[in-house]
Design a protein around this ligand. Structure first.
Ligand SMILES: Nc1nc2c(c(=O)[nH]1)N(C=O)[C@@H](CNc1ccc(C(=O)N[C@@H](CCC(=O)O)C(=O)O)cc1)CN2
Ligand SMILES: Nc1ncnc2c1ncn2[C@@H]1O[C@H](COP(=O)(O)OP(=O)(O)OP(=O)(O)O)[C@@H](O)[C@H]1O
Length: 203
């Protein structure tokens, strides 16, 4: 059973959940990453996907990158989130391959270089992606989620509420980030699945 989190504000909850995942040691992280990727490979959404966005782990996040060789074998392209310039607090998804020039962003996360990302040919509009793996700070059994608090993914993916083509949204996290119940916010974008090192959850 997950620890019960007393009713508290989102900031306190975030701090606690981020602390939990940072406490995992290298061996636990590696095992969790392997289990996560095993779960992800079973998802029909990913099996079919040609264009998949993932992320490079930071702050104890579960590592989705063991999926990269699997995607490459299937001829699928990988994309990474890049902070959009001009403080729009939203994301671009930029092609990630062996030669993508990388820099460290203002949060200390490695991401494709701005100049590379500035070329439209190197980006993929979110609606044309088949699947996006979202890093979660917390989740519950109902499929509610909480992220880093920037609203980057919520803003970027707000269009998925309207009819039209859209990527499958797959939240990923360590099982230790599961809590009893999370408050839903009106802007929270619904996820199609949440995958941890222990389970595949379909809200
Ligand atoms: N690996 C990874 N990449 C990602 C995200 C993510 O959650 N994980 N993002 C998902 O949105 C975007 C970056 N969003 C972030 C939002 C807040 C903080 C953060 O650490 N905030 C600090 C304080 C802010 C500051 O330093 O100015 C903190 O809360 O301690 C980091 C990333 C894009 N790339
Ligand atoms: N579609 C949107 N348009 C405008 N503001 C938004 C939108 N979505 C979220 N926000 C704002 O972003 C802020 C952060 O939202 P929230 O605390 O839900 O972040 P989060 O879900 O943890 O982050 P993320 O989406 O990056 O994982 C909130 O103040 C919210 O008002």
């Amino acid at each position: 059973m997950p620890d019960t989190v007393a009713p508290t504000n989102r900031r306190t909850l975030r701090r606690e959940l981020r602390r939990r995942r940072r406490q995992l040691d290298a061996r636990q992280q590696q095992l969790a990453a392997r289990r996560l990727c095993h779960g992800l490979r079973q998802l029909p959404e990913l099996f079919r996907a040609r264009r998949v966005a993932l992320y490079l782990p930071n702050d104890g996040e579960i590592d989705p990158t063991p999926l990269l060789p699997w995607l490459a074998r299937r001829g699928a392209n990988a994309y990474l989130p890049v902070l959009r310039p001009l403080a729009s607090n939203s994301l671009w998804f930029v092609h990630y391959h062996a030669d993508t020039p990388m820099v460290t962003n203002r949060f200390g996360i490695s991401e494709p270089d701005r100049r590379y990302a500035a070329h439209r040919a190197h980006r993929q509009p979110a609606w044309t992606l088949n699947a996006i793996l979202l890093p979660l700070v917390g989740f519950d059994d109902e499929g509610q989620r909480i992220g880093m608090g920037g609203g980057f993914y919520d803003r970027t993916l707000a269009f998925t509420r309207r009819p039209g083509p859209r990527p499958s949204l797959i939240g990923v996290a360590h099982e230790c980030q599961r809590v009893e119940r999370l408050p839903a916010e009106p802007w929270d974008v619904p996820l199609d699945a949440i995958v941890s090192d222990r389970q595949v959850l379909r809200p």
